[in-house]
Design a protein around this ligand. Structure first.
Ligand code: UDP
Length: 312
């Protein structure tokens, strides 16, 4: 039985990865310090092949036994979260990634780093291929996340080149689905919560900025394919269907039949104006592309939000 460590395993994407790897027959160790993760996300897992360890990977990681794979997903990941936790965000991307790489090297495990479309910053090339180096403000409010992830990519490649570590880097574009935190501050959770409470939806700027939203099950499938591939250079994973934030807000109002309306609020500093992944490499190398349509994914997410809001 392969044994896999998932850092950030109690988070939104991490908890879906726990489910997926268990279903693939892996023994799973889920590690999280619960800064933005939540035990509710893994409470349904009853498997004897699953263990939870509460630990901050920015500190030395002591883990007994063999390891075959590490999925390194620990980090605050929403702009609101990393503005609230700037130093832990910088530390987990840098010190945390170093510790995870050290563990992978000691155990002879393959390691996959969760990187991000944020490494492209406010991009001057559209859509964004992996060969684009980005347009990042290192000292802006988003720099704590963007630069930590850029460092994480650099040290991961260094461990691959210098130590021969089997390392993979996935650049994750906007992802949504059940288990997103109601208050994580991102566009879809904010709009859903506001719409379901009959509040007005807060569109930042004029809403003309674009994003491309990928349903979480598609992302997780792509992550697994990359992990088990022979590829060591970064691969974008995301849904290339691009829309404006205004269109997303209007769609959520319609789909929830909300009585709320749209209100406009100031755009956050360095908010990227355009974002869409070029997924040519994922298609070629992993034979991967998203399957879940926005209507279907949003319906499952709305159902989750309704259930969770009824409980809280
Ligand atoms: N956004 C918005 N209203 C909100 C939350 C976000 O208009 O209540 C906008 C935000 O300014 C950005 C886009 O939606 O342009 C996506 O933001 P999110 O926080 O989801 O993630 P990002 O893609 O910026 O990392």
């Amino acid at each position: 039985m392969a044994r896999t460590l998932i850092t950030g395993g109690a988070g939104f994407v991490g908890s879906h990865l726990c489910d997926y790897m268990l279903a693939k027959g892996h023994e799973v160790v889920c590690m999280d310090n619960l800064i933005t993760g939540n035990l509710d996300n893994i409470a349904h897992i009853k498997s004897a092949a699953f263990a939870f360890v509460e630990h901050n990977v920015s500190n030395y990681i002591d883990l007994d036994g063999p390891l075959d794979y590490i999925l390194h997903f620990a980090s605050p990941a929403s702009p609101v979260d990393y503005l609230e936790h700037p130093i832990p965000t910088l530390k987990v991307g840098s010190l945390g990634t170093h510790n995870v790489l050290g563990l992978a090297k000691a155990k002879g495990a393959a390691m996959l780093l969760a990187s991000t479309s944020e490494i492209y910053g406010d991009p001057l090339v559209h859509p964004q291929p992996e060969s684009y180096w980005g347009n990042v403000n290192p000292v802006g409010p988003r720099g704590v996340y963007d630069e930590a992830k850029r460092f994480a990519e650099a040290i991961t490649m260094a461990y691959h080149r210098f130590h021969g570590l089997d390392a993979k880097i996935v650049r994750i574009f906007n992802t949504y689905g059940p288990r997103m935190r109601l208050n994580d501050g991102r566009a879809i959770p904010n709009f859903l919560r506001q719409a379901l409470e009959g509040e007005d939806l807060t569109v930042y700027g004029d809403g003309g900025q674009t994003r491309s939203f990928c349903y979480v099950s598609d992302l997780v499938e792509g992550v697994y394919r990359l992990l088990t591939s022979g590829e060591n250079y970064p691969v974008n994973l995301g849904n290339p269907v691009e829309m404006t934030i205004l269109e997303m807000a209007e769609k959520i109002l319609r789909d929830t039949q909300s009585s709320g309306k749209l209100v406009f609020a100031p755009i956050p500093e360095d908010d990227p104006k355009l974002r869409r992944p070029d997924i040519t490499r994922a298609k070629e190398i992993l034979q991967w592309e998203p399957k879940v349509k926005l209507d279907e994914g949003l319906k499952a997410t709305i159902d989750y939000f309704k259930k969770t809001m009824a409980l809280s």
